[in-house]
Design a protein. Structure first.
Length: 213
């Protein structure tokens, strides 16, 4: 017999530590990131229209020597003339009998107009595709500081230099895609951020018919 048995039995039982159940972490609120993603999808759909239009105009006006008059006169908003993105005026023809006449006005006056009508451009013409893939039309030549092209180019450069990205939005977008894990989510997160919060030069003066309102 254990003489200490009664003493052992009188000892209080060791306290049982309660199990600590960790509280579930609250799920992050991705409402803003989802809204940004939806706006991105709408924006790239609109950009696609303008980018396709820019390429059509660039192709239609391309080539050495004289420029086709029809695209200058009919590829602007609502089928009107292309306008300079700096001064807002028509491109001026140089070839007779429509010397110093805007392309749209000359097109209306010429009863013999057709797709083969070509003209030199008074003062030069610059057809540009800017950073977001949209169109810019300018009077002038590259390197001449008093031409519309120089002013337009500087305005875009100045706006880009002044632009500041909202880096806080990047974390919202990154966290959302990291959790939802769409295909190529890291690339997509960067694309969404750059499109929505990077420098945007806008759409320009000239627009395709379906987006000219």
């Amino acid at each position: 017999m254990n003489p200490f048995a009664s003493l052992d039995e009188d000892r209080p039982a060791a306290p049982v530590k309660p199990k600590i159940v960790p509280k579930p972490k609250p799920k992050p609120d991705h409402t803003e990131a989802k809204a940004i993603h939806a706006a991105y999808l709408a924006k790239i759909a609109e950009l696609k229209l303008h980018q396709d239009y820019a390429m059509r105009v660039a192709k239609a006006t391309d080539g050495p020597g004289m420029t086709p008059v029809k695209p200058l006169a009919t590829m602007g908003c609502n089928g009107g003339p292309l306008l300079c993105d700096h001064c807002g005026k028509q491109i001026i023809l140089e070839s007779n009998p429509y010397y110093n006449v805007g392309a749209g006005d000359a097109w209306e006056r010429n009863s013999k107009r057709d797709d083969k009508w070509l003209s030199y451009i008074k003062g030069g013409l610059m057809v540009c595709i800017v950073e977001n893939g949209t169109l810019r039309i300018y009077h002038g030549y590259d390197g001449v500081p008093t031409h519309c092209y120089a002013y337009g180019k500087k305005a875009i450069a100045d706006a880009e230099a002044a632009h500041v990205r909202d880096q806080k939005k990047f974390k919202l977008i990154w966290d959302y895609f990291e959790e939802s894990k769409p295909d190529n989510w890291m690339r997509l997160a960067n694309e969404v951020f750059n499109t929505m919060f990077g420098f945007d030069p806008g759409l320009g003066v000239n627009k395709p018919c379906q987006a000219s309102s």
